[in-house]
Design a protein around this ligand. Structure first.
Ligand code: AHM
Ligand code: MG
Length: 336
C-alpha cells in the first residue's frame, strides 16, 4: 500500500489557525521541562468559568439577571446581579481546581482563603468589570492576575502572599465579552488572544503575539472628569485635540484597553477631585493590564511610577492609570 506523511500546509492560513486554547497552553507548558501543569490547569479553570459567564451575559436580558443585587461592595458601589453571578462562577472554578490558595476579588471585602495549603497560586480578579454597562448590552470584561505564593507550601496564607507588586505576576489576562468573547493572556513571554467559538465551546487562537502599536491616534478618558484633573492631563488632552486625534470611551476598562492595544491609543483614568487616588483598582484591574501592555511593547504608569512596581498596601487600593502605546504614554508623561 502506498502511504504518504500527513503534512498540513497552513502557511497561507497562518501557522496558528485552529489551535485551541487548551493545546496552546499545553505547548507553552512543554517549553518548561520542570512545569508541573498547575498553572496550565489554573488558566483552563479561568477559561471554563469565562465560558459560563459569557453564556450568562449572552442571555442576561431574558433570564432576570440584570439589575442591582441589593448589596453594596467594599468600594461603596452597588453590586449588579451579574457581578455576583460572575464572582461565584470564578471562585467556584478556582477553588475546585486545587491550584489556588487565596483569591482577592473586587466583590469581596476580605481575602478568600481557600484553606488549600498545597495551592501554589494566588489570584486577584475583577470577575465582571464595567458595571455601568452590564444592563445595557455593552461590552464588559473579566480581569485576572496570578501570583505564586511566597510562604512555603503546607503553611497558612499570609499577607505577603497576597500583597505582591505587579512585577511578581506569573500570568495575567482578561476576557472581553464583546461582539465576540475573547480571552487575552500572558505568562511573561508575549501576549496571545483567543476568540470563543460558541458552537464548539472552545477558544481558538485568533490574535497570536499581539504587539501594541508604538504610537496611535486614540485617546480614552471620561471627559466629564476633566474639570477636576491635573493641569498636565488637561494640557495633554488639548494637544490630542489640536493634533486631530480621536476620542473613544466605552466606560469598560477591558473594552477600552483592548481597542487601544490593537489599534494604538492611550487609556487614562487620572486622579480627580471625586477620586483623589484615581478609580481603577491596582490589584485586580491595573496590574494585569500593565503586565499585558508591557509584554506587548506598551507602557503603564500612575503618572510617576511604573504600575508594576507599586507595592500594594491594601487589597482594594486605587491608582491613577495611564496605559497604552509607548509613544502616547511617553508624550503624556512629558506634559505631567
Ligand atoms: P467597576 O469595576 O465598578 O466596573 O469600575 C471600573 C470601571 C472601568 O471598567 C471603567 O474604565 C471605569 O470604571 C469607568 O468609570 P467612569 O464611569 O467613572 O467613567
Ligand atoms: Mg472593576
Amino acid at each position: 500500500m502506498k502511504t504518504k506523511p500527513y503534512i498540513q500546509d497552513t502557511s497561507s492560513l497562518g501557522y496558528f489557525v485552529g489551535v485551541t486554547l487548551d493545546r496552546f497552553i499545553k505547548s507553552m507548558q512543554d517549553d518548561f521541562p520542570y512545569a508541573t501543569g498547575e498553572l496550565s490547569q489554573l488558566l483552563r479553570d479561568i477559561a471554563l468559568a469565562s465560558k459560563i459567564v459569557s453564556r450568562e451575559i449572552g442571555r442576561a436580558g431574558l433570564s432576570h439577571v440584570t439589575g442591582a443585587y441589593g448589596h453594596t461592595n467594599v468600594q461603596g458601589e452597588e453590586q449588579q446581579k451579574l457581578d455576583v453571578v460572575a464572582n461565584i462562577r470564578f471562585i467556584r472554578a478556582l477553588s475546585k481546581g486545587g491550584e489556588v490558595c487565596a483569591i482577592v476579588s473586587e466583590e469581596d471585602d476580605e481575602v478568600i482563603d481557600l484553606q488549600n495549603k498545597t495551592g501554589k497560586y494566588v489570584v486577584a480578579i475583577d470577575p465582571l468589570d464595567g458595571s455601568s454597562n452590564i444592563d445595557v448590552n455593552v461590552s464588559i470584561g473579566t480581569i485576572f492576575s496570578v501570583y505564586r505564593r511566597v510562604t512555603p507550601l503546607g503553611s497558612s496564607i499570609a499577607p505577603e502572599d497576597v500583597l505582591q507588586s505587579g512585577v511578581k505576576q506569573v500570568a495575567a489576562g482578561y476576557v472581553l465579552y464583546g461582539s465576540s468573547t475573547m480571552l487575552v493572556y500572558t505568562t511573561g513571554s508575549g501576549v496571545n488572544g483567543f476568540t470563543y467559538e460558541r458552537s464548539l465551546g472552545e477558544f481558538f487562537l485568533s490574535h497570536p503575539s499581539i504587539q501594541a502599536p508604538a504610537s496611535g491616534e486614540i485617546f480614552t478618558i471620561n471627559d466629564g472628569l476633566t474639570p477636576t484633573v491635573g493641569l498636565g492631563v488637561v494640557e495633554f488632552l488639548n494637544t490630542c485635540k489640536r493634533k486631530g486625534r480621536t476620542s473613544r470611551y466605552i466606560g469598560s476598562l477591558v473594552a477600552d484597553f483592548h481597542r487601544n492595544l490593537l489599534k494604538g491609543g492611550i487609556y487614562m483614568y487620572p486622579a480627580s477631585s471625586k477620586n483623589p487616588s484615581g478609580k481603577i483598582r491596582l490589584m485586580y484591574e491595573a496590574n494585569a493590564l500593565a503586565f499585558i501592555v508591557e509584554q506587548a511593547g506598551g507602557l503603564a504608569t500612575d503618572g510617576s511610577r511604573r504600575i508594576l512596581e507599586i507595592q500594594p498596601e491594601t487589597l482594594h487600593q486605587r491608582t491613577p492609570l495611564f496605559i497604552g502605546s509607548k509613544g502616547l504614554v511617553e508624550e503624556l508623561m512629558g506634559q505631567l
